[in-house]
Design a protein around this ligand. Structure first.
Ligand code: IDC
Length: 518
């Protein structure tokens, strides 16, 4: 008898455990005890969630791109378009695309890919564009919260970090965002609910203001100044006088005070013969440069620019701050130098002005570099209203994300990013993508195949990855440096004559690689 009773108790216990809590009114497969139950119920009551054709919700299934975008459209009160292709979600997808919630290449309008699971990074982008457009964030604070930040594609920095700042994205238990993974339908609902409450409920928001220019396809025009004329910046792309995308490839001089002999007309003709169409005249300010001998250095810099003009090259006149990390420290000297340069070259389509090589040390974008840039842009513009001007950023011209968040007003302005293939990689490339996605025109006015100290390596594999990346995006570059110094970044072997023409034999490993990529 005792055995029978205990057997019955055990059976009762098993039965209790097997019976699920009651299903909610909205969907038979959403049970009251589930963590997402109240969210789903509320969204269903508001008509935002409709469930699947079989009347159920399938909370643990991966949500597809079409499902996610459709829900976002309902949250934002977006009117679906007619829908060109026969897909059930075509109307919402087309309207969302038009509103800039996602780009053409992320979910092509053929409908292919719409039924596949949406990645978390894209889902968050759609969500933020739909419900919290223009939401701000502090880059350092928010990126520090995401443990696997390096896995995030730079294209999604803006929206992901804004979502973190708004409390919409909280990361998994380990602090990871897992940008490439999908998310379940239940998880998606939680995201929507947090975004809706951050946006103040189901109030339709205006669609994101201006859509950002997307990464250009491989641009074409090379050639020198005769072929391309005055340069102009269209969106993020450097273009020639006819408005066609153009890329500039060439060398930077080393410090003119030390290696000025390689900034001669012959040296430039030599690099032009390999296909270069730009030359950067690096005029150091410190280190025995302009600040200690202004007349002599001005003369040398102008002679180098004249030599570049003679070789049909674009010429970048570079105010090469380095040990003097704060450009504001010598702003008056910079203004007078560039005013004289712009006066001299105002009718000359060749000349590009680079106003601060690499701000570094205790400088900020808002406090030092941007105000300096504003002053220099007006000094140059007074003479040369349309010449391209290149602007640096803190941390040796790596902090273009700061410029992207707060750019200088004006036309034909570009922002420099400098890298050294033995030191810098993926992280800076992602920064370029993010900055360009935010509309910032980027110019790599200095890069080296060495480490950042100018030696080590050479890192040709890494350099190739970098140059392919820049080529795909139509980003122009100059390589450090055209001189025969005994350091791996130098393009010429020690003792190479500046006066004669050069053969492959005169080029270092770095020089051969770089010249082959002009
Ligand atoms: C380096 C030169 C090296 C010189 C040093 C200091 O290669 O011969 O002794 O400057 O003047 C930069 C600077 C550039 C550096 C280069 C490599 O713009 O002046 O040149 N670099 O260290 N930024 C990152 C790397």
């Amino acid at each position: 008898m005792r055995r029978l009773w205990s057997g019955l108790w055990a059976l009762a216990l098993v039965l209790t455990l097997c019976v699920s809590p009651p299903a909610l009114a909205a969907f038979p497969d959403v049970h009251a005890g589930a963590w997402y139950a109240s969210v789903v119920e509320e969204m269903a009551a508001q008509g935002i969630l409709k469930g699947l054709p079989d009347g159920s919700f399938h909370p643990e299934d991966a949500i597809s791109a079409a499902e996610f975008v459709t829900i976002a459209a309902r949250c934002a009160g977006l009117e679906p378009a007619r829908g060109q292709c026969g897909h059930w979600a075509a109307g919402s997808m087309e309207t969302a695309l038009g509103a800039g919630w996602y780009d053409w290449d992320e979910l092509p309008p053929t409908g292919e890919g719409w039924d596949k699971p949406i990645s978390r990074q894209l889902a968050v982008k759609v969500l933020m564009k739909a419900l919290l457009p223009g939401k701000g964030y502090d880059y350092t604070a928010e990126s520090g919260k995401i443990k696997d930040f390096s896995a995030l594609n730079g294209r999604y920095y803006d929206t992901t970090l804004a979502a973190c700042a708004a409390g919409v994205v909280t990361g998994d238990g380990a602090g990871n965002f897992r940008p490439l993974d999908g998310l379940t339908r239940a998880e998606a609902c939680a995201l929507f609910q947090r975004a809706l409450s951050a946006a103040g409920g189901v109030t339709p928001q205006p669609p994101a203001e201006t859509e950002r220019p997307s990464v250009p396809a491989v641009p074409s025009a090379k050639g020198g100044v005769t072929e391309n004329g005055w340069l102009q910046v269209v969106g993020t792309q450097l273009c020639n006088e006819r408005g066609e995308p153009v890329v500039l490839h060439g060398m930077s001089s080393h410090g003119l005070q030390w290696y000025g002999q390689y900034a001669s007309a012959q040296a430039m003709a030599n690099t032009a013969a390999y296909g270069a169409n730009v030359f950067r005249v690096a005029m150091y300010t410190g280190e025995g440069g302009y600040l200690s001998q202004p007349e002599a250095m001005t003369e040398r810099a102008f002679a180098a620019v004249d030599a570049a003009i003679q070789a049909d090259l674009y010429a970048i006149l570079d105010w090469h701050i380095l040990s003097d990390g704060d450009p504001m420290a010598n702003v008056a000297a910079a203004e007078s130098f560039f005013a004289a340069a712009a006066e001299r070259y105002k009718d000359c389509p060749n000349v590009i002005y680079e106003i601060c090589n690499e701000p570094n040390g205790n400088v900020t974008w808002a406090g030092n570099v941007k105000p300096y840039a504003q002053r220099l842009v007006s000094a140059i513009r007074a003479q040369a209203p349309k010449s391209v001007i290149l602007i640096g950023s803190p941390t040796w011209s790596q902090d273009i994300h700061l410029a992207a968040a707060d750019p200088v007003a004006g036309e034909n302005l570009m922002y420099t990013l400098h890298f050294y293939a033995g030191t810098h990689g993926q992280e800076l490339r992602q920064r370029i993508d993010a900055a360009m996605a935010a509309g910032l025109p980027v110019f790599v006015s200095e890069w080296g195949a060495s480490r950042a100290d100018g030696s080590g390596g050479v890192f040709l594999e890494e350099s190739k990855v970098w140059l392919d990346f820049l080529e795909e995006r139509g980003v122009s570059w100059c390589n450090w440096s055209l001189c025969d110094k005994n350091e791996t970044s130098a393009a010429l072997k020690p003792g190479t004559a500046p006066a004669g023409s050069w053969t492959e034999d005169d080029l270092t490993e770095s020089g051969r690689f770089v010249f082959s990529r002009f």
